[in-house]
Write a protein that binds this ligand. Sequence first.
Ligand code: NDP
Ligand SMILES: O=C(O)[C@H](O)CS(=O)(=O)O
Length: 482
Amino acid sequence: MLDDPGLLREAALVGPRWIEANGAGIPVTNPSTGAILGHVPDLGPAEVTEAIRAAEVAQKAWAARTAKERSQILRRWFDLMMTRQDDLARILTAEQGKPFPEAKGEIAYGASFIEWFAEEARRAYGEIVPGHAPDKRILVTKQPIGVVAAITPWNFPNAMITRKAGPAFAAGCAMVLKPASETPFSAIALAVLAERAGLPAGLFSVLTGRSTVIGAVLTASPVVRKLTFTGSTEVGAALYAQCAPTIKKLGLELGGNAPFIVFDDADLDEAVEGALVAKFRNNGQTCVCANRIYVQSGIHDAFARRLAARVARLKTGDGFDVGVTFGPLIDAKAVAKVQEHIEDAKAKGAQVLTGGAAHELGGHFWQPTVLTGLTADMAITRAETFGPVAPIYRFETEAEVIAAANETEFGLASYVYSRDLARTLRVAEALEAGMVGVNTGLISTAEAPFGGIKASGLGREGSRHGLDDFMELKYICLGGIQ
Ligand SMILES: NC(=O)C1=CN([C@@H]2O[C@H](COP(=O)(O)OP(=O)(O)OC[C@H]3O[C@@H](n4cnc5c(N)ncnc54)[C@H](OP(=O)(O)O)[C@@H]3O)[C@@H](O)[C@H]2O)C=CC1
Ligand SMILES: O=C(O)[C@H](O)CS(=O)(=O)O
């Protein structure tokens, strides 16, 4: 099914060498059909150590190259990703389930981070600061952190890797990556293309196997100077603690519980379209998804009716079928969590406007659902659903909805719809979140700093700030200048 079959490798990359699964190891299944797509090796501590050592050697030579050379290789990697966009999307849909057009969109989004940091690579400027004494001069330079470990999730199996690999390689770092067990083939295909682009051997490893085994070696190694993780807050906190003894720099992109706020004066059609994107992109399996939809009383009923009608017209099915908007959820555990949130809400008084039950296709498919009559005491209010459920809450005043929106341990994304400029700025400034979408439900782009506060994480990915997260400032004090 691929134009370039060499992109689908049942193997892991350990430093310069590929280790084949040879039909054994960890099976990778298609969440839509349950079919086994292939296997990847179940690597142990020895291979992780080998990858770290290879990274340490390769990183020094890589950092010694000019920024322009690093930029040119990253640019070639971007070009190869876009040339093979369809194949990368086919692999992604097969192992993650999202509809093929949406998978193609992720490849373009993921590639945009390599393109962006190919450009940023040549902008790691330092400073010369006026000295504090006549005979002193102050130089401030930037140097790569060194060997970086990355651990990434299954929901964006391409973009969550390139959002880290782009700045890491641009800065002059090496990367040892452990992708999610559900979606390793997207990561392996990226490594195949990186080799073709000229990324030096040993600079980029892709390790497959048990996450606790690989994570234990990565977090304990003093050679690994940074851990960059995207995934749940629970795992992020555990990794944070595991990194403490070696004082690593950390990048944590964790869970979310985004409020989506619609005021009476909002454009109704725009707010409904924005809610559709913010809630249902990737079947709701996105950390920036609208997890709570607050609608002011005056527009509440019209908004709820419109959103439910819009959702009910969309198609659920296999990601390769034409016209499908909603693919499967990633696994049975995800389906159970969606069902649990809906049943708890209904038991506490919520009403189902559309959906609300498993899809007739069975398996990991769920009917896209819109609920009204939600209240603060429900499980869906406190926890991230990570599925196609739109819970609508009614509110009266601005003060009330800001308090409700901020009543969460998370602080990643948030959204506000209003045509009152003063109000949108007041609310955007008051929301406890790293990112705010104003009259839009789609905010993620390589040009902007992506990240959260509170239990949603540390650091930013993308933008001109993203490169600094992979660099160290070095202060050089020149004395004796008479
Ligand atoms: N802030 C953001 O940008 C994003 C946040 N997320 C959050 O992630 C969650 C869903 O993704 P999900 O993949 O289930 O998250 P998990 O945290 O379960 O897994 C993420 C990654 O961590 C690995 N992992 C799990 N446990 C350990 C461990 N003890 N040591 C080392 N590695 C470990 C997993 O490996 P394995 O697959 O082998 O278990 C996977 O590669 C949601 O909460 C979502 O909000 C997801 C994407 C983006
Ligand atoms: O939720 C995630 O995994 C991503 O951060 C989603 S996004 O970058 O496409 O918004």
